[in-house]
Write a protein that binds this ligand. Sequence first.
Ligand code: NAD
Length: 487
Amino acid sequence: MSLPSALYRNYVDGRFEEAANLFPNLSPVDGSIVGHVCEADASQVDRAVQAARAAMEGPWGNTSAAERARVLHAVADGIERRFDEFVAAEVADTGRTEQQARALDIRRGVLNFRTFADLASQAGGDYFDMRTAEGDVFSYTVRKPHGVVGIISPWNLPMLLMTWKVAPALACGNAVVVKPSEETPGSATLLAEVMHEAGVPAGVFNLVHGFGGGSAGEFLSRHPGIDALTFTGESRTGSTIMKAVADGVKEISFELGGKNAAVVFADCDFDKAVAGVMRSSFTNTGQVCLCSERVYVERPIFERFVAAMKARAEALRIGYPTVEGVEMGSLISRNHRDKVLSYYALAREEGATVVTGGGVPHFGDARDNGAYVQPTIWTGLPDSARCIQEEIFGPVCHIAPFDTDAEVVKRVNDSRYGLAASVWTRDLARAHRVTRQFDVGIVWVNTWFLRDLRTPFGGTRLSGIGREGGRHSLDFYSSLTTICVNP
Ligand code: NAD
């Protein structure tokens, strides 16, 4: 089956549903209307949760891990069969380059289903012997699904981050209600089609479109029928959702914002470090939670590093995301562009030296109606500046010199966020010594954004609660019962 591409419907209890309210999905490339989205109202969200509950009462609640793995591999096959459609949907919604959507986003969507299908089907439990006055007893654990998991996902890597949660949730035997970002309904709607085609039983996967507060996001997070809620998005939204689920004392997992640092030591492989920091600052137009907006460079190579970054940033090809060779697309929306541009203005007020960028590129065509900004580099701000402390989520970094290891560790940790960091050095002893002192969830040494899906992922402080990835995902998406036996 195939949906009319311009109408993004909800998927509730195995059926595609329209809604009374429609809102437009705008292209960030040129401001044109890509399609219309059916905004789920409270009763649709309620029916989605009820359908998920009913599915857990039915055969899905009793499937074996092997059977669920078979279903998830069928979903992965379905995404692969419609790979080009997913790529097109992701590019239309986000303005990211087609090359990235192909190599990263949709590929990872497939990989998420395959990885968690295999992990869950191979997972065992714990077993403990104990000698007691009553005799020798043993205890073992049984892993069970929570029931209904609410999933609220963001726009920045829509398919990758949504499937990062949907795949382990289903692999552990839950039913899900997914609320993708209002900015990116495309790949989520296609995923519902693939679920349908793969024969996923009605009610196991439900999709509700809409906004956050006063809309589908809030209806879902406040719904008493969900057993757990996993959320990726802004820290402030995480705080709102935490209050919404507090009454029910729901299981939560939050992957939130970041203000990540890259640390470049003078002994680094210079070219590799420049290329790495370029990627970590400007990939996906700077809209990856792991991007580095704070760059610290050891003083002996500071000037040379800034000059190399300036030259590379000015050579970045910005343009239509589907044109081969284009390296940077638009931001997600005009609204988000206003936010990023407000920081471009603030940096000047705070006394930054604008090394490059700081404005909007002019194309002289329809792209001038889009959400493009220039890649931007600043120097000269104090660590206390708002531009150094607040997440901007655009193609921008501030480069500052440092002199000692102890100093740079202190400055990296001088943040309310704690998601990621990267270090560029040839001295691995120093790398080990320094990285373990960073109060963040993940640190890369001489690389960035490489993810082994079996490793834990998450942040400290404002960057999140809990860890997902590998067995940590299995732990979050299932509940353990301990059984103690006196034989
Ligand atoms: P956002 O918080 O604005 O929205 C995320 C989702 O939450 C959307 O689906 C939105 O509709 C929904 N939402 C908003 N308000 C809500 C409410 N009151 N109740 C329920 N749902 C609500 O985030 P965004 O702008 O879509 O994404 C960008 C943010 O996500 C950045 O801060 C980025 O760092 C963060 N992020 C973090 C990670 C991570 O793994 N740590 C990964 C990607 C993005």
